[in-house]
Design a binder for this molecule. Structure first.
Ligand code: BG6
Length: 456
């Protein structure tokens, strides 16, 4: 009998080719996906398994972390099956029913790698055929505001228990994001000063060099605030600001407390739109959608009251960099602050800057940096699973800790709905620039431009 059957709805979509199949291949090579597991691709096209494998092969070769060897690939594809059905047509679910009745599995992981308009028929279809032992995996966006998210939640929880719903926020699968709590809580030198007495402000930024690519119709309705801030960046903020969690199971509840306490700081919002965005495919010619967003929030908890968190994200930027800077207070003016930087991507590591006596001079102070570069070492690069590998492994292990929980979704949408009401018009910025004026401070630019001492 099959152990885990991954039923991939949207098996011929970009996400499956680019992220899921390479992740499955990596899991196969590292023996986390065994011969007892099956990947069942659901597609509308009249393809055979051979057609599908031919189509997916170049993607796996390009995006898998491990080099694709011919013999391993041949073994890997033994675990893939292709089933033709129309996932929007309820009648077609009998095809799936026949399949699962003939070949039984202990667990059915139903992965919705599709746009949200297909969530409804899939949920209905799975329910209708009475699929048992289901773990339902949902990709973002989980709604476009609080109201739509609530409707979606009602729909899925009519048939599925909360503990069997896995809402993916792939930032929670990034190794350095999972490292934040360890760096913070397992080191007294950081843990002891993780509060408003010592921290002056926090910068959280995710800058991308890519534009909207071929996702114009989705992105133009979403914009940077819904696409990146409501989920990925608020997740990072709440992991930084949360009180030391007792264990990972209480983490999400504690994160919701943080999200609940957010206050937008007045006049802190800057929105931008890159020049040329309006000429992209499927974009409204008069669109005011932001491709860059910056805003600052206060966290009204005893730990962080009075500490501004600056959140920044943008597309078509000069740099690709996602990082968190914890900037500590300087005891006297003119003294350079100590900064702890957690680099999430493409650099992965930790850096701390501090003051020293300038070597050879008795009356001068200069800044020194110490760093740990995680992905500079080949061994670490090979041994570090990518975000989707972590997520798939957690689903197999029935571990919902690193997924978005409903209480987090509610609180983050409540905050974001209000913020979106107040957002100013976007300011134009050039492609491959630093974004609109005031978007990136010199502190952030310095951090991005500074390479690790040990270079990648
Ligand atoms: C997705 C957004 O959730 O995250 C995309 O929809 C964005 O617009 C992507 O490009 C960024 O992910 P990563 O892992 O490249 O930082």
């Amino acid at each position: 009998m099959i152990q885990n059957r991954f039923i991939i709805f949207g098996g011929t979509g970009d996400l499956t080719y680019r992220k899921l199949l390479p992740a499955f291949y990596n899991l196969f090579i590292s023996q986390k996906l065994t011969k007892q597991d099956e990947i069942l691709i659901i597609g509308r096209r009249d393809w055979t398994k051979t057609d599908y494998v031919r189509k997916m092969e170049p993607w796996v070769k390009e995006f898998a972390r491990f080099k694709v060897e011919e013999d391993k690939f041949l073994e890997f594809i033994q675990q893939i099956q292709y089933l033709k059905m129309n996932l929007s047509a309820l009648d077609d679910y009998s095809i799936l029913k026949n399949y699962v009745t003939k070949s039984k599995a202990q667990v059915h992981v139903c992965y919705m790698a599709v746009s949200p308009q297909f969530f409804d028929p899939i949920v209905e279809g799975i329910h209708q055929i009475d699929l048992f032992n289901v773990r339902l995996v949902m990709e973002k966006p989980f709604g476009t505001d609080l109201l739509s998210a609530t409707k979606l939640q009602r729909k899925v929880t009519r048939y599925f228990d909360e503990e069997n719903i896995y809402r993916i926020d792939h930032y929670l699968g990034k190794d350095m994001v999972r490292n934040i709590l360890t760096i913070r809580c397992e080191n007294p030198i950081f843990d002891a000063v993780w509060n408003n007495r010592y921290i002056d402000h926090v910068n959280i930024f995710a800058l991308e060099q890519v534009g909207v690519e071929n996702r114009g119709s989705y992105y133009d309705k979403a914009g940077a605030l819904r696409d990146m801030a409501q989920n990925h960046l608020l997740q990072l903020l709440s992991i930084i600001a949360v009180d030391n969690p007792h264990d990972l199971h209480t983490l999400s509840l504690q994160q919701s407390v943080v999200l609940h306490s957010l206050k937008l700081l007045e006049d802190s919002m800057i929105m931008g739109q890159y020049r040329g965005y309006l000429d992209e495919k499927d974009i409204d010619s008069k669109s005011q959608t932001e491709t860059f967003a910056r805003f600052s929030v206060g966290v009204d908890t005893s730990r962080f009251q009075g500490v501004p968190f600056h959140i920044i994200t943008g597309k078509e930027m000069m740099y690709r960099d996602t990082a968190i800077q914890i900037v500590f207070k300087s005891p006297y003016s003119g003294q350079k602050p100590n900064i702890l930087t957690i680099q999430v991507q493409p650099k992965e590591g930790v850096e701390i800057s501090f003051n020293i006596k300038t070597p050879g001079k008795s009356d001068e102070i200069s800044e020194a940096t110490m760093d740990f570069c995680q992905n500079c070492q080949m061994q670490n690069r090979i041994n570090t699973p990518e975000a989707y590998e972590w997520m798939l492994m957690s689903i197999m292990q029935e571990d919902g800790s690193w997924f978005s929980h409903w209480d987090q979704i509610v609180t983050s949408w409540k905050f974001m709905d209000e913020l979106i009401q107040k957002k100013p018009k976007p300011i134009l910025y050039e492609k491959k620039s630093l974004g609109p004026e005031g978007g990136l401070t010199s502190e952030i630019i310095e951090c991005i431009e500074k390479p690790f001492i040990c270079k990648i």
